[in-house]
Design a protein around this ligand. Structure first.
Ligand SMILES: C[S@@+](CC[C@H](N)C(=O)[O-])C[C@H]1O[C@@H](n2cnc3c(N)ncnc32)[C@H](O)[C@@H]1O
Length: 313
């Protein structure tokens, strides 16, 4: 039996592609998830190789990061993983490597161990998201293909001339997507994992970005006071701990600015996140003017990844 923390880390991003439809009735605005699923096809390919019992355990979905398919192999199928990996390669010409998750999302850097089960022996790849090129090693840095529509959603909210702060910027997908799809004046990203930061700077070069994005390596708690700037919009994509950094974000948010606050909450509820924001705003002498929740993923059946788009006076 998994603990709640293990549930979160194991399933985030999760293996379930679809939000339950009743979320819309509960007032959430849903975004699409990018789950690459191969309904029936993988099972068809393996139906003569695996027993009926083994086929029942088979997880048919995988995330496609560049040319690496990342899947999960249940313990009952470990002895069959090479066969399954080769079948996954046969489902899609783009796939050159198949890796399985070999543990939970862990540590401050939110990384997950991966083991290659088929294909080429490498973990570095290049992923393209809405035309933005992103190089990464998905074992050494956090990156979720399932957040792509959420990143684009945020970019489309940006007004011309805004100064943007992306806390926890990883390999820089938010800065690059915002840069491509908005007329922001400046974009700052802060990331503490040195390997993710290095991929971020490499990705700026790869996408021929010159001055519009600045990336800083370090802890947001240290870097925000050092750079001493104000932002009209702050993105906080660290749902496991965004609340710990909200006071730092409030220090550099202009009056009337927006915070995109990511959190994990039970399906149908976001009041605890809003209570946290209200409480911390009051402590900092600020006021929540409006806040609307957007469901942008889920970690396990019953737990959503929610973004509260929050306007703060
Ligand atoms: C959930 S990931 C999101 C990464 C990226 N924004 C994306 O969408 O792919 C959170 C990131 O925050 C980084 N991180 C965690 N704590 C941090 C801190 N105190 N300061 C700066 N970065 C931090 C982690 O290393 C990780 O790359």
């Amino acid at each position: 039996m998994l603990s709640p923390e293990e549930m979160l880390t194991f399933y985030y991003p999760d293996i379930y592609g679809n939000c339950p439809i009743d979320l819309e009735l509960l007032g959430y605005k849903l975004t699409t998830h990018h789950l690459f699923s191969v309904p029936m096809k993988l099972k068809d390919l393996l139906k003569d190789e695996l027993s009926d019992r083994e086929l029942d355990h088979l997880i048919q979905s995988y995330d496609l990061v560049g040319d690496i398919a990342i899947t999960q192999i249940p313990a009952e199928l470990t002895h069959r993983e090479k066969l399954i990996g080769e079948a996954i390669i046969a489902t899609n010409k783009r796939i050159r490597v198949v890796a399985k998750r070999d543990g939970f999302y862990q540590g401050d850097f939110r990384t997950i161990p991966l083991t290659i089960i088929a294909g080429e022996d490498r973990k570095e790849t290049e992923h393209v998201e809405f035309g933005v090129r992103l190089q990464l090693n998905p074992e050494l840095v956090y990156f979720s293909v399932r957040s792509s529509t959420e990143r684009k959603r945020i970019a489309e909210l940006v007004e011309p001339g805004e100064d943007i702060l992306v806390m926890f910027s990883g390999i820089a997908p938010y800065p690059l997507i915002i840069n491509k799809f908005s007329q922001a004046r400046s974009i700052v990203g802060i990331e503490s994992n040195p390997l993710a930061h290095n991929y971020g700077t490499r990705n700026l070069t790869l996408n021929k970005v010159k001055n519009s994005i600045e990336l800083f390596w370090g802890d947001v708690t240290d870097v925000v006071p050092e750079i001493d700037r104000k932002f009209q919009r702050i993105i906080m994509p660290l749902p496991t701990a965004s609340r710990d950094y909200l006071p730092v974000a409030l220090e550099c948010l202009s009056p009337g600015g927006t915070i995109h606050f990511y959190d994990f909450q039970p399906v149908g509820s976001y009041s605890a996140s809003l209570d946290t924001i209200n409480h911390l705003c009051r402590d900092s002498g600020r006021q929540v003017l409006s806040s609307s929740p957007v469901v942008c993923g889920h970690t396990s059946p019953g737990i959503n990844r929610v973004c509260l788009d929050t306007l703060i006076g």
